[in-house]
Structures are given as structure tokens and as C-alpha cells.
Design a protein around this ligand. Sequence first.
Ligand code: CO
Length: 453
Amino acid sequence: MPCKSKAIAIIRHPDSRPTKLMNTDTHATAQALLDFIDASPSPWHAVAHCEAQLQAAGYSRLNEGERWKLVAAGGYYVVRGGASIIAFVLGSQNAAEAGLRIIGAHTDSPGLRVKPKPAEDAQGILRLGVEVYGGPILATFADRDLGLAGRVNVRGEDGFTPRLAHFDQALLRLPNLAIHMNREVNEAGLKFNKQTELPLLLGVSDKDSKADQRFRALLASKLDVSPDALLTWELCACDTQKGTFWGADQEFIANSQLDNLASCHAALSALLVTKAPAATCVCAFFDHEEVGSESAAGAGGSFLADIIQRLAANAGLDSEDQRRMLAHSFFISADMAHAWHPNFPSAYEPGHRVMVNGGPVIKSNANHRYSTGAETAARFMAICEKAGVPCQQYAHRTDLGCGSTIGPIVAARLGIASVDVGSPMWAMHSLRESAGVLDHSHMIAALTAAFST
Ligand code: CO
């Protein structure tokens, strides 16, 4: 959604209360993000939803197994592995001189993934075994109305066909143990043994059908196929609660997967309003960031490098001009940032508090857990200035381990100047995260400016 940055460029001092954070544009833009997340309960759904938006905007799908014939100023996208997608619009200038403008983000979120043979009769109760994917806050999965979403490979004429599946009504639950049996829960915190205490409850056992049959029948009827046709699946427990606005002025949003679908949505929105750019503009959204990015479709794999090489070949660049193109390129790794939480002051570096609704955050780390350098940070500051949005700088406490993301991986692999940025948020890796309404519009405005800088 285009952002009218002039109308929303309210820069506030961190200690002063904002007067008017909301207007119809920023509200509608945040609503579009909530809708995007609600329609994307798994990374496979997120990519399908991006694909639908790209198709609607006239982008064409390319197949990695075919030869490409790219048309000047054309918009294209490529999907790898079902949950990673790279979209680009070709620039009008010589690629060796103009370079590429690339925004990267990730489609996956930490959570619970259903095992290959999950169903079990636990002495009268049917339950599903799950594996922990990445680093979720496990306690946030307790007592929530969980659905199930992902991809199922169904037997077909050519072997199998991948199908998307989504149970959007409450289906599964991880009930807490009553406080009468867990007296220390408020002092010791809510803890789960990952093997024995995380299986999700699905129903009452039935003497006449085995647990496995019950689960397969459920999944098969959702896809309208026979249970025998189900081969394999990748399914995530998802939240059935829709995204919402909250706060005295409805200036905050809450939803699952804000990390990092908010960045995917911001980057895609920026790409879709970018028409006839000078430099080729690229959005690269990767699966598997939450588990280290080392996969064929992850940021550590060859996906982006392969697409860049084919772009260069299509532009007729020789090997030296390909290097010149990379030397003129800029990579923005967009992932969320940790906003100041007033209840936990000791968790933060006092000089680097970033505020929700305070604008895009530049993330720096001397040990290069983030790819940001002084030069690339300055470049992003100039982009924000051009877009008329404020920006903030974050550094993690020196005595706390710092997270990382795809920025350093892509920068090292491609040798492109790179910066790590993100919108500030609370409760990263909770099943219900929150962030600021205004920040989403600010991020779209900054990323849109980056595509033309
Ligand atoms: Co993330």
C-alpha cells in the first residue's frame, strides 16, 4: 500500500507522549499487514499470498528449470522450495553501473511443527507429537486456540502434488497444568519438557480407530482426498486469533508472526509501488532463517546468488561487469528489532532504547551478528531522510548474547554492501507479538525510497 510519508512524518522525542500517531492511511496500511498475516498461517501460505499479490500486479512466474527470456522493465518472481520467493522488477539503466537494490526478509516463524508420524493415544486422549522449530517462547502456546497450517504432499498422477492446508478453527490445545499441581509456576516460570509435555491435545481416543487413522482422516477430509493419498506433510501449529489493534489511541497492533511477515509485507508493498526504476529492484524472502538459513532455499543457500547470476546473464554482462554490478549493489536485510519495554529496563542497553512508533531501527553489532557497518548505516539514514521518516539505532546489551539474521549471511556470500534494519516490536518469538501502527508505514516509505536511491 502506498504511504503518504508527509502526512505521517511525526518525529517524537522518546520521552514525550505522541499526540496523534494515527490517521486513516497509517491505519489502513497496518490493517493490510494484519490481513496479510491472517492469510499466511505458515511460510508456504505466506509465499502463496505474495505470489497472488505479484500476479495481480502483472508479475510473471519464472521456473528455475527453464530458460528465461526477460523483457525490459518486466516484473518477475521465482519460488524455491515452496516457502522462499524472490521477486524483481528490471531497471532501465545498465546493470553494471546501476547495481541492484535488494531487500531481504524471512518467511518462517518459530513454533511447533507436527512430526511425520504424530498421532498417539495417550491413555484415552488423542494427541499430536510436535518438534520445536527455531526458538519460540513455548509458554505462549499454552491455553491458546490453535489451528494447523502448512503443506501436504498428496499422491497424484505424476507421483505427488503439494497442497496447502489450513485449519482456521480451534483444533488443538496445550492446556496448562492447574496451579494446584504446579505451585511454583509464577515464581519459576512456565516450563515444558519438549518431548513429553508439548504434544498437542486433539480429541478423545476411539476404540474403533487408531490414532494415526483419526489424524489422517481429519487431514484428508480437509483436502478432500482419501487418507491413503496422504504422503508427507510440513504442518505448523498456528494461532486462530486474528490480528488486532490495541492501545489508548489504537496505536499498536498484535498478531502472530510479525517477525518477520511485517518485513515481508513492507518490502513487497515497496516493490509493488516501484514502477520503472533505474536500478533493478529485488525482494528476497527466505525460509529457514529461524533454524540457521543453511538449506537450499534458505539465505545460506544458492537461491539469491543463482537469481543474480541469471539477471546478469540476461543483461549480457561478462564476468567483470557482473562484479561491477555487485560492487554497485545494496542489500537491506529487514527483520524486526527489540523495542523498549518499560517493565524490563535492565534488559536493554540504556543508550540504545528504540521506541515503538519511533521509526525504522538500524541494528548494529561490533561482532557482526548484524551486517551493518558505519557506512551502510549512514546510507540507510539518508534513505530515511529522503523518505521523510525518523530512524533509530539499536545495540544489544554487551553482557547479553545478540541474535542474528540473514544480513551477515547474504553479505558474506555475495560481497554486497549491507545493512540490518527492522521495525521495533515487543515479545519477539511469542505466539502473539506486538508492534506499532506508524512503524509499518514508516518502514514501507523507507524501503520504497531505498528502491529509488
Ligand atoms: Co526474524
